[in-house]
Design a binder for this molecule. Structure first.
Ligand code: ADP
Length: 254
């Protein structure tokens, strides 16, 4: 009588599968919790650094502020700067923990090539660095969240300025029903191992330097999130010692 044995074996197989699926789930949850813990610990660390500076300068002002007026400017400047840094960080953290659905998209029709041209011009004026802009069309309309697209553009343009001291090339084009913006700098490039990590929260290749530049390591993770929330994405192509290209892709919408 083969039947009962077969069904018994099947149920044992099923049980085994269930156990494996359950273990898988537990492992995934554990990894998720670990990531959350890491995020909270990184965030606290980042907030503590400016707080320590503020605390130090406040103590200095308390001790010397009245008798040595020359310390006033230095102290007040440092406290203001670190305060602004904390505010910026807090805003970025809020953006990151808000899940995709709660980002409140406000899509509208706008001319992407025009928005990018203006952003490039603004960056060129303030940075005094050469930018080369090109667009395949001069009427590339998209239906997307304009403010969020601008935010993403500024994050990537700002990085191109920070991590390279050469010219920057920006191009806009359309392919099928998607619009693209590519931003290329000719700085040091990013190795393949680093490419896999730079979209991670708080990840910075050169931690010391990023702090000097006012970096938090959150820019790219925010940019990726803002694009994904509206059905787009950011891709990266880079060669060490040669170039880095970030490409923003977005559906053109209705
Ligand atoms: P931040 O610039 O605040 O450090 P980001 O999330 O914007 O954070 O970028 C993460 C890291 O990726 C940067 O610290 C830098 O090491 C690297 N990176 C980003 N853009 C470039 C670029 N254009 N060229 C080289 N490295 C870059």
């Amino acid at each position: 009588n083969l039947k009962p044995i077969k069904s018994k074996r099947r149920s044992r197989d099923e049980l085994q599968q269930l156990i494996e699926a359950f273990n898988d789930m537990v492992e995934r949850l554990e990894r998720e919790f670990e990531k959350q813990d890491q995020f909270v610990s990184d965030a606290s660390h980042e907030l503590r650094t400016p707080l320590t500076v503020i605390d130090g300068y406040a103590t200095m002002l308390k001790r010397w502020g009245k008798t040595k007026p020359e310390v006033l400017d230095e102290g007040i400047d440092a406290i203001t700067e670190e305060g602004a840094r904390m505010k910026h960080l807090a805003e970025q953290l809020l953006l990151l923990v808000r899940d995709g659905e709660h980002l409140q998209l406000e899509p509208e029709h706008f001319q992407l090539d025009d928005v990018v041209r203006k952003a490039v011009r603004a960056m060129e004026t303030t940075s005094q660095r050469p930018f080369y802009f090109s667009s395949e069309t001069d009427t590339l309309f998209v239906y997307a969240d304009l403010e969020k697209v601008k935010q993403v553009l500024y994050i990537i343009l700002d990085n191109a300025l920070k991590y390279s001291d050469k010219e920057i090339k920006v191009s806009v084009w359309q392919e099928h029903r998607a619009a693209y913006v590519a931003i290329t700098d000719y700085g040091g490039g990013i190795s393949e191992a680093e490419q896999a990590r730079i979209f991670d929260r708080f990840y910075r290749i050169n931690k010391a330097r990023s702090r000097e530049d006012g970096g938090t390591g959150l820019g790219l993770s925010i940019a990726a999130k803002l694009m994904e929330a509206q059905g787009g994405r950011i891709t990266l192509d880079s060669k060490v010692g040669a170039y880095t290209t970030f490409t923003i892709e977005m559906p053109m919408g209705e």
